[in-house]
Write a protein that binds this ligand. Structure first.
Ligand code: SAM
Length: 279
């Protein structure tokens, strides 16, 4: 089943948290010069038009990235700057944003000569768009299941690894599949940094993923969750990120970023950060 299209959700509050964590992890890892293999298991179509019919139908970016962009002068953490610079580079002028970058574009903007980027996307139209954007760049686009594909790439040629696992969770078994893939990937590359996004749902389905990771041999798992203060009656009430092997100090720096967006003058969310599994 491939009915999910990220264009309906691009730039929402969950993307803000996810891409803040991604850009922070990338910036922190790049404090060292050794190469990083970057793998994006569920890449989407790369570039999103925030004025498209799909984006306007939900208006989700209005309470996400557009809100952040309009209130960017009050962000206290300097760790927002790399993210803001990417947005500035893609959007001309001073008004609302019109273009929002998906995860491959965030990765691409940080890539150095010794880093690599491998992306997976299974949806045919999304994968075609991704391949069109990636053409001529040093980026691999593979139309294959991202979880199986990830395991085939490990261990990487580069000394370090950064993986983003960001499925659409259209199929209920994906929560368990993500946990078992993480365990297998970690066994092949224990020092890798793995970022795993999940929706926080009224149904509690995401708890299965957290429990499975908690009871696995994987160590050092940070859990960041943003919860909406104005709860919808059903569906997604928050956004979660697991970070396996976070660079030292990422917990405090990510917290500071999320605290910046917490209040009602920000994205109106509550942030919680804990170690799901300590060292
Ligand atoms: N990571 C993207 C970003 O941050 O901009 C958003 C990705 S979106 C949440 C999930 C994507 O996974 C969708 O584009 C969907 O088509 C794709 N997808 C679904 N099942 C997949 C699978 N088994 N392997 C790879 N991609 C898949």
């Amino acid at each position: 089943m491939l009915s999910y299209l990220h264009a309906f959700h691009a730039g929402n509050f969950a993307d803000v948290q996810k891409h803040a964590a991604l850009t922070l992890a990338l910036s922190m890892m790049q404090a060292k010069s050794s190469g990083i293999a970057c793998i994006d298991t569920h890449a989407g179509s790369a570039i999103y038009d925030l004025n498209s019919e799909r984006a306007r139908k939900t208006g989700e970016a209005d309470t996400g990235i557009q809100k952040l962009w309009r209130t960017r002068d009050r962000l206290r953490s300097g760790d927002w700057q790399p993210l803001l610079r990417v947005l500035e580079g893609l959007n001309a002028g001073k008004g609302d944003l019109t273009v929002y970058p998906g995860s491959p574009v965030w990765f691409r903007n940080f890539l150095r000569a010794d880093d690599s980027l491998t992306t997976f996307e299974l949806h045919p139209a999304e994968s075609d768009q991704l391949a069109g954007w990636a053409a001529g760049q040093k980026i691999r686009v593979i139309r294959e299941d991202g979880l199986n594909g990830l395991l085939k790439q490990l261990p990487p040629r580069q000394p370090r690894l950064l993986v983003l696992i960001d499925p659409s969770y259209e199929v209920k078994t994906e929560y368990a599949d993500v946990a078992s893939t993480l365990q297998k990937a970690w066994q092949k590359c224990r020092h890798g940094v793995y970022l795993i996004w999940y929706p926080i749902l009224t149904s509690g389905l995401h708890q299965g993923l957290k429990e499975a990771v908690r009871s696995s041999p994987v160590r050092k798992v940070l859990c960041s969750e943003v919860h909406l203060n104005n709860l919808p009656e059903r569906g997604m009430t928050g956004s979660g990120m697991l970070v396996v092997n976070p660079p030292w100090g990422l917990d405090e720096r990510l917290s500071a970023m999320m605290e910046d967006i917490a209040g009602s003058d920000g994205l109106d969310v509550l942030h919680r950060l804990d170690w799901l599994v300590p060292e």
